[in-house]
Design a protein around this ligand. Structure first.
Ligand code: DP6
Length: 393
């Protein structure tokens, strides 16, 4: 009698950052945000939910080990919201099976290692909520689903859709208008690709949840950002995406990442997420954009030192040459493992990390540092679609 569904959900990386809550329990943000959904073919969370009358309690396994459901308030909130919704449907139609009374077992894993330093809460909660809606047959639209995912983690609400996704902060106290909408599907701008530079840094920083709470309580710059910067930037970003204007998209993305890290520095006590390698990436991308008119790239950093680089597909080979020249692979990682990209786009005869074409000389003159091993791994990916059902009952 058990019902079982398996789904996958993507990671998203914001280009207008969410940082600050106006309601911590409902996870309502202090500003709207906008992100790019990355391809699930490369990075995803995968969740299987089994629903059965014989499951006496709700249980959850994360990457193979069981974790306590009651101890995780956000997980409890997501499950309760989905069950309440199902219960209402059953009340309205007594013919429906009483799935709202059955126990839920959840198995969830990420195909990327935690050691990759990538946040997994966005894809994880998006996948949980999407799978729950499938197994309980909840007739929800994308924006409605995003409100449930939001209860797990704010950024998760943007992983419910593919392509370019905005999270409207909303004004209602109950959060009914704080939901995601798709600005453009992944097919709108398929040439946009991303590199994730995984920076070698074992140190665990301040969690997003605690960090943003301190920022809202102490940063005057954050208050300025919420009211005077983000609303206009959201409009400009939507226009840049609609026009596929990479230069404008890149400038806004880099400025917004810089401002997010500036409000972290303005937080008291201050929060540092970027390290020396992150700063070297900023300098390198700035040098490339200024000195190499044929290559454009945009950097962005979340609550950690890893860089995400957005660039048009045609520029990727040259960017990989530059990044691997200045940040050669650590000697303990094989070149094959260093990229998930099968070198398909690297021109014949070019050895990454070694060849340095003469036309890039100006960049080398400006940026004369090479830091071997500082970038542990490079993941090459692109814009992708929203959650997928892999198998249903
Ligand atoms: C820097 O969504 O992880 O990645 O809502 O407390 O779970 P909670 O925070 P979370 O914060 C993400 C912050 C960010 C920016 C962004 O993704 O917009």
């Amino acid at each position: 009698v058990a019902r079982q569904v398996t789904c996958t959900a993507p990671v998203n990386i914001a280009v207008v950052k969410y940082w600050g809550k106006r309601d911590a329990k409902l996870i309502l943000p202090s500003n709207s945000s906008l992100s790019v959904t990355l391809s699930q073919d490369d990075l995803h969370s995968r969740t299987t939910i089994s629903l059965a009358p014989t499951h006496v309690t709700d249980r959850m396994w994360l990457n193979g080990s069981e974790c306590s459901v009651p101890a995780n308030e956000r997980l409890v909130n997501c499950l309760a919201a989905a069950r309440r919704h199902r219960e209402a449907l059953e009340k309205a139609n007594p013919e429906l099976p009483r799935w709202s009374t059955w126990g839920i077992h959840i198995g969830s894993e990420n195909n990327f290692p935690t050691a990759a330093g990538l946040a997994s809460s966005a894809s994880g909660y998006a996948c949980l909520v999407f799978t729950l809606a499938q197994v309980l047959e909840l007739p929800l639209t994308g924006p409605e689903l995003s409100r449930y995912a939001r209860l797990g983690s704010g950024s998760a609400c943007r992983s419910i859709m593919g392509g370019f996704v905005a999270w409207n902060m909303g004004t209602q106290a109950d959060g009914t208008d704080s939901q995601a909408y798709q600005v453009a599907p992944e097919t709108h701008w398929p040439e946009l690709e991303a590199l994730i530079l995984v920076v070698n840094d074992a140190k665990k920083g301040t969690s997003s949840t605690v960090g943003m709470q301190t920022t809202v309580a102490t940063s005057a710059l954050a208050a300025h950002r919420f009211t005077h910067v983000v609303p206009e930037r959201m409009r400009a970003m939507e226009t840049a995406i609609a026009d596929r204007d990479f230069a404008q998209f890149a400038e806004l993305t880099m400025q917004d990442s810089n401002q997010f890290h500036a409000i972290c520095l303005d937080t008291y006590p201050p929060i540092f997420y970027m390290n020396d390698t992150s700063k070297a990436v900023v300098h390198l991308v700035t040098a490339i954009n200024r000195l190499m008119p044929t290559i454009q790239a945009a950097y962005t950093f979340d609550a950690g030192p890893n860089a995400v680089i957005y660039a048009p597909r045609d520029h990727m080979t040259r960017l990989l040459q530059l990044f691997t020249y200045f940040f050669p692979a650590p000697t303990d990682v094989s070149t094959r493992d260093f990229f998930n990209d099968p070198y398909a786009r690297v021109p014949e005869g070019v050895v990454l990390g070694r060849d340095f074409p003469a036309e890039y000389q100006a960049v080398r003159d400006t940026f004369a540092v090479s830091t071997p091993g500082a970038v542990k791994r490079i993941i090459h990916t692109r814009v992708g679609d929203g959650p997928r059902v892999l198998s249903s009952p």
